[in-house]
Design a protein around this ligand. Structure first.
Ligand code: ATP
Ligand code: MG
Length: 425
């Protein structure tokens, strides 16, 4: 993409009412636009990041047998009354509206009821199970506070998978596979080294649920972490009994601020019972389906990446989710030889499948470099009169900072192998 065609521009300042670092940097870089508190539009650069994160999650979900679909955003009162979750006294964050014909509907704040209601149509025999449908979807919650930028939206985009299993044993096997899939996702997007599986409150059907908590001061949660074993406990369930049960020692635990980037939950028959979601087993006996839920907020995940991987100059995207692999910056300043060379390199990189943003604007070098640092593409390649005379190019890794002069061919190699920030534990 030519930067002269990208309508977004970087900004020196974020809106005065935006207090979260993630949203400040993403707004200044032209990734997102703030509509109101807790509501953001994704601009071209932001959508490229969102699409990459979505693809990483999709691949992991498909690997464990997930099957993608898309549930409706509008939800009917009747379906949610089955579990008593339509009532505002039970769920206080619905966005609802009255219909002209007198009915009522709400915007999805979660998906359990929608999935249970749909799967009820298709599951009748043990042969129909297990199944693992999931979707990516916009979710709406009337959150009381929204001060964490895209980490806590009133409208946000998530992935939710629901598992439908024949019994607890079958459920447990899948649940373990999802733990691995989740850690793979957080490794792949570059925050694996800061993300810990955390024991959290479980509800009626299991003692614990598991949250994936990324350590950052921008987080709204507190966890107690054993840095040696990597086991963490959410403050909500932290007590002497739990510590002993998990084989931890109080003196080894440190309290950290963290953000829940994903969670997995055993639901038992909590939803299958009210929907009468049953199957006939081999002996002809009717049994309730055992369910689990598995969520990840994509906006929250992107916000967390920005909180963790940024410096005073801007964002430092890991290559796996960066909007582009290469930021090609020409300092042509009207010199036709320099811009012709940059155009040739841009065409070669693009032809090789290396996603390149070409800063072809007529602007000062200082401005171009500051924008490049803010946007945070992993590899910056500079073409100037000086490099042209040498027959070389100047490269800089955003994550390490130092510049070097290299042969043009080296750029192709670096662009493919420049994922230096994706550290794993
Ligand atoms: P929290 O405890 O942070 O309020 P939650 O436990 O209510 O979140 P779930 O309903 O289980 O979250 O949603 C699954 C995932 O969706 C969470 O792990 C998180 O990644 C994401 N998520 C939840 N609420 C928001 C929000 N308001 N904005 C962005 N992402 C969210
Ligand atoms: Mg939670």
């Amino acid at each position: 993409m030519r930067q002269s065609q990208l309508f977004t521009k970087t900004r020196k300042e974020a809106p005065a009412d935006e207090v979260a670092k993630n949203a400040q940097l993403l707004i200044r870089g032209g990734f997102i636009h703030k509509e109101m508190a807790g509501v953001y539009s994704f601009l071209p650069l932001g959508l490229r990041v969102l699409d990459k994160v979505e693809d990483i999650i999709r691949q992991e979900m498909n690997k464990v047998g997930g099957i993608e679909m898309r549930t409706a955003v509008f939800q009917s009162k009747e379906v949610w009354e089955k579990t008593n979750r339509w009532d505002d006294a039970v769920v206080d964050n619905w966005f609802k509206t009255k219909l002209k014909n007198g009915g009522e509907m709400g915007l999805s704040f979660t998906n359990e009821e929608a999935y249970s209601n749909i799967l009820k149509q298709y599951i009748s025999s043990y042969k129909d199970l297990p199944v693992y449908p999931y979707d990516f979807k916009s979710i709406f919650r009337n959150e009381a506070r929204s001060k964490s930028g895209i980490m806590r939206g009133r409208e946000f985009y998530w992935k939710a998978l629901y598992s439908f299993s024949r019994d607890e044993a079958e459920h447990a096997v899948f649940y373990e596979r999802m733990k691995t899939a989740y850690q793979n996702i957080f490794n792949a997007v570059g925050i694996g080294h800061r993300t810990y599986m955390t024991f959290a409150s479980g509800g009626t059907f299991s003692k614990f649920s598991h949250e994936f908590q990324a350590i950052t001061d921008a987080g709204e949660d507190s966890i107690h972490l054993d840095e040696n074993s990597g086991i963490a406990v959410n403050k909500e369930v932290y007590n002497d009994e739990v510590i002993t049960e998990l084989g931890l020692r109080k003196e080894n635990l440190v309290e950290k601020k963290a953000v829940e980037v994903g969670n997995i939950f055993s639901l038992g028959t909590k939803f299958s019972a009210p929907f009468d979601l049953k199957y006939k087993d081999k002996d002809g006996e009717d049994k309730l389906v055992i369910m689990g839920s598995y969520g990840i907020g994509l906006g929250r995940l992107i916000g967390t990446i920005v909180e963790i991987l940024s410096d005073e100059k801007g964002i430092i995207w890991p290559a796996s989710v960066a909007p582009f692999a290469v930021h090609l910056v020409d300092l042509a300043a009207g010199d036709n030889d320099v811009s012709a060379y940059a155009e040739k390199l841009y065409n070669e990189l693009t032809a090789c499948g290396i996603e390149t943003l070409w800063d072809d604007r007529d602007a000062r070098a200082g401005e171009k470099f500051a924008d490049s640092d803010l946007i945070g593409i992993p590899l910056r390649v500079v073409i100037s009169k000086k490099t042209l005379l040498e027959g070389k190019v100047e490269v800089k890794m955003r994550s390490t900072g130092g510049t070097t002069i290299v042969e043009k061919e080296k750029v192709f190699e670096l662009a493919r192998g420049c994922d230096t920030t994706t550290a794993t534990k």
